[in-house]
Design a protein around this ligand. Structure first.
Ligand code: PEP
Ligand code: MN
Length: 463
């Protein structure tokens, strides 16, 4: 069933008639038109069939039959489009999902914040860089990080398309060439875990998983097509509507086979820039441009929900974005912070689960964005692992108490050994942050911290 409004009510550019937050003002309109025409001509990055496949998986998550793991950088840079960075992120997501499958005893649906996460909402239009006030860095799709690249450059729209396509190409190539091959030994590296009780817990999981993989290899069960490759879908915040509009195409719904139908295929508008897109915390005003754009696309979509979301807005958003109440169409990505989640989440759960939208949404916890803090004299942006885990743990408990299902997690992470978040089993402290702090935006969990979080979630389900 399609959730789309009819074409007369909605068009890919009807968002332009609405007020917009975080909208770019390009100084060079001629160059902008040139880039937009080029984008409209280029082929889709993802296919409607893949988008529908993800929708089916998310329906299973909404029903409580699968778990959603979504993760990646806060902001991708064009420079991250490089073999090692892509491989390490894929491997980390796969490794985390193995732990989650073992823990939750459910299939895991994987979505990367990858291959297009290039636009960032900013709280202020200007910022200080090297002692000078300059326009804020808004992500590689809009401007560059260096002080002399801060003017908005429409040429970056087309570059973002090519970097997204190259990243996704390598994700697909790696997955189809055996990066997910389960009999290959994985490096679980638990050497950094100092707490003996935690180490014993994690070692138990690793022993179980490696034994199971060896057994499957021995009996040949890992040779089936299903285990050799896995799905990894892509996602980003649908912030820059000029870009999103150009990649939104009226295409056949491939679920309807022409051979079995006497009528023509139903067409739907697919945003082919990614499989899954979300509306950020700063752009979810019901009568504004982003909600208008999102209500017309057939993709599964996320909505960030935080301390400033009134319950009434939540229902208005669901009614606007999913009028036909498709199961799994909407993922509510909750992000309150460890200190606020207990006061706010129960009300949001009741607003949805006591309405006509009961059991249609995927509830996903983003324990990152409500837990950002600044430390030290330089005001370095960081997050404490203990706050991240606390919000997640409270969210799991609250859903259990409310009779709803926490279907997934949304994390900012990287496969590299960065030092951006405090704590975890390595015990990173404020002095360690400068060792390898490379994020240009929000602080990410490193490989060890991300894997540890997966172990802790698994532990919750197994206790
Ligand atoms: C993000 O996901 O990077 C982000 C900016 O989140 P939010 O919109 O929830 O603040
Ligand atoms: Mn972020």
């Amino acid at each position: 069933m399609s959730s789309q409004p009819t074409a007369s009510e909605w068009t890919p550019d009807s968002w332009r008639t609405k007020p917009i937050k975080q909208g770019p003002e390009y100084p060079d309109q001629k160059a902008l038109s040139k880039s937009l025409s080029e984008l409209k001509r280029l082929p889709p990055i993802v296919h409607p069939r893949e988008i529908l496949k993800l929708k089916e998986h998310l329906r299973d998550v909404a029903r409580g039959d699968a778990f959603l793991l979504q993760g990646g950088d806060c902001a991708e840079l064009f420079d991250y489009c490089e073999q090692g960075a892509i491989e390490s992120k894929i491997k980390l997501l796969l490794q985390m999902s193995l732990v989650l499958i073992w823990g939750a005893d459910k299939r895991v649906v994987r979505i990367g914040r990858m291959a297009g996460q290039y636009a960032k909402p900013r709280s202020s239009p200007m910022e200080v860089l090297d002692g000078k006030m300059v326009p804020s860095f808004r992500g590689d799709i809009l401007n560059g990080f260096h002080a002399d690249e801060r003017e908005l450059d429409p040429g970056r729209l087309v570059k973002a398309y090519h970097y997204s396509a190259a990243t996704l190409n390598y994700i697909r190539a790696s997955l189809s060439s055996g990066i997910a091959d389960l009999h290959r030994p994985l490096d679980w590296g638990l050497g950094h875990v100092r707490d003996p009780a935690l180490k014993a817990k994690y070692s138990e999981a690793v022993t179980f998983l490696t034994d199971m993989l060896r057994f499957m290899h021995t009996i040949g069960a890992d040779k089936t097509e299903k285990l050799d490759t896995v799905d990894l879908f892509t996602s980003h915040e649908g912030l820059l509507l000029e870009y999103e509009q150009c990649l939104t195409r009226l295409l056949d719904n491939p679920a309807h086979s022409p051979a079995s139908s006497t009528t023509t295929n139903p067409k739907e508008y697919y945003n082919t820039s990614a499989h899954f897109l979300w509306i950020g915390d700063r752009t979810r005003q019901i009568d504004h441009a982003h909600v208008e754009f999102f209500r017309g696309i057939a993709n599964p979509i996320g909505i960030k929900v935080g301390p400033t979301t009134p319950c009434a807005d939540l229902l208005a958003l669901l009614r606007t974005l999913n009028p036909s109440r498709e199961e799994g169409k909407i993922t509510l990505i909750t992000r309150y912070g460890a200190a606020k989640v207990a006061a706010l989440l129960p009300g949001h759960i009741r607003a949805v689960e006591d309405s006509e939208y009961a059991r249609t949404v995927v509830w996903q916890c983003d324990p990152m964005h409500g837990n950002t803090q600044s430390v030290g004299a330089g005001g370095i942006k960081t997050r404490a692992f203990s706050d991240i885990f606390s919000e997640l743990q409270q969210t799991l408990r609250i859903h259990k108490e409310q009779g709803s299902y926490l279907g997934g997690v949304h994390l900012e992470l990287t496969g590299d050994a960065v030092t951006e978040c405090l704590g975890g089993s390595e015990g990173l402290d404020e002095d360690d942050l400068s060792t390898n702090y490379t994020s240009f935006c929000d602080p990410r969990l490193n490989e060890k911290q991300a894997l540890e979080l997966a172990f802790l979630i698994a532990d919750h389900y197994r206790c």
